[in-house]
Design a protein around this ligand. Sequence first.
Ligand SMILES: Cc1cc2nc3c(=O)[nH]c(=O)nc-3n(C[C@H](O)[C@H](O)[C@H](O)COP(=O)(O)OP(=O)(O)OC[C@H]3O[C@@H](n4cnc5c(N)ncnc54)[C@H](O)[C@@H]3O)c2cc1C
Length: 425
Amino acid sequence: METKDIIIIGGGAAGLMASCAAAHVLKKRGSVLVLEGNAKLGRKLLATGNGRCNLTNLNVSPAHYHGDVTAIQDLLHEYTPEAICAVFREMGLVTKSDSEGRVYPQNQQAAAVLSALRWDAEKYGVSFSEEHTVSKIEKVKNGFTLICTDGTQLFTKQCILTCGGAASPRHSCGEGYTLAKQLGHTVTKLYPSLTQLTVRAKQWKTLSGTRALANAVLLADGKPVYKESGEVQFTDTGISGICVFGLSVYAGEFFALGTIRNKKYASLAVQLDLLPDMAYQDVLDYLLEMTKLYPARAAGDLLSGLLNMRLGYMLVGAAGIVQSEPAVKIKALQLKKLASLLKGWRLDITGTKDFSAAQVTAGGVPLTELDPHTMASKKAPGLYLAGEMLNIHGDCGGYNLHFAWASGITAGKSAAYRCLKEEKR
Ligand SMILES: Cc1cc2nc3c(=O)[nH]c(=O)nc-3n(C[C@H](O)[C@H](O)[C@H](O)COP(=O)(O)OP(=O)(O)OC[C@H]3O[C@@H](n4cnc5c(N)ncnc54)[C@H](O)[C@@H]3O)c2cc1C
C-alpha cells in the first residue's frame, strides 16, 4: 500500500493552501499528496467571483462570519487580509482591492490564483492525484487508511480533510461530511447560504431579468432584522444579487432552523425601497407632476422615467391602478399607494434556493470538536480539518475564501510539525 506522511483529501482552496503550508514546513523532508475527486484541481476556485476570484476582504473581522465564530477569533487575528495577500505575493500573485475592500488578483483571473497555489506546491514537492475520490477513511495505528471509489488504498500518517461543503455540487465531488463522521465527528444541520430568495407574488415571472438599485430590509414577524443596499436582480422565482445574498445568510437560518440570530420568528418578508435617493414626498410630487404633464398617457407608463419599465408596470398594477387607463383618471389615494410601494415594496419570502444555486454551506463540523489554533481533530489524533466543511460561513465579499486560506494554512503547518515531531521519536 502506498504510504505518505500527509494526505490532503480535497484539492480546492483550503486543501491547496494546506499543501503549500505543509510543504514549506517540511522542506522536502516528508511526502505530501493531495487527492482530488474531480478531473481537475480547484474547479470551484475557478468559478469564484465570476471567474475573477474575490480572494479576501480588507474588512475581515468576526462580524462577517456565522456559526462557531468565537472559536476562530484568534485565527482571524493571526491571518489578516494583509497576511493572506502577503502569502500570495510570495507565490508571485499580485492582488488589488476595490472600493468595498474586496481583494482580487491583479489580473482579475481566478486561474491565476489556482496557478500560484499549484506552482508553489509543486516547487516544494507536493504531488497531486486527480480523479481520486476517497469514500472510506479509517483510523489505524499511527495513521489512517484511505479507500478511493476506484479501489485504490493508501496509508497516511497525517490526514487533512478539506472536502468543502454541500453548496454548488457541480463544482465539487464527494461527501466530506461522511468521511468526518467515519472518524467520530458530528455535523450540524446544513443549509444553503449566499443564494437567491423565492417570493410569493402574482405574475412574478414578468419581472425575470430586470434589475434595480434598492435598499433592502429583511423583516421577521414584521420587524427589521437586517439591511443591505445594492443591486437587486429579479429572477423567475424571486430575487437575487449581492445585496440579496447578504439577506440570505439570515433567511437561510430562518428557513432551516426557524430562528434569526438564535431568536424564534414565524414569518419572513423583504421590504424594498426602489428609490433610495428620493423621499416619499418627492416621489409623490413626481407622480402628480407626471399625471399633469401627460394626462392622456397610459397609467402603466407612469414610472418609465424612474424605474425599469417592467418593474413599473408591476407596481402600478399592485397599487390597484388599471395599466391601460389614462393617467388623469388615477385617484389621489392610488397615487399615494404607488408612492408607498416604491418606497417600501413588501415581498413575502417563501424560502431560499437549494444547495445547487448556493455559493456556501451554513453548518458543518462543529469547531468544538477541533483545536482552532491548530485545526487538529479532538476525535482522531493526526487528523486536521479546514475550509467550508466546518461550521463557519462568511458573508459575501471574499470572507469564505479568506477562511479557507487561514484554516488551510493552519492545518497544513500543524500537520507538518506533527510529522517532524513523530520522526524525531
Ligand atoms: C459560484 C461560486 C462563487 C464563489 N465566489 C466566491 C468568492 O468570490 N469569494 C469567496 O470568498 N468565496 C466564494 N465562493 C465560496 C468559496 O468558493 C468556498 O467557500 C471555498 O471554495 C471553500 O473552499 P474549500 O477548500 O473548503 O472547498 P472547495 O473549494 O469546494 O474544495 C473542496 C474540494 O474537495 C474535493 N472533494 C470533496 N470530497 C472529496 C473526496 N471524498 N475525495 C477527494 N476529493 C474530494 C472537491 O471536489 C473539491 O475540489 C463561491 C462559491 C461558488 C459556488
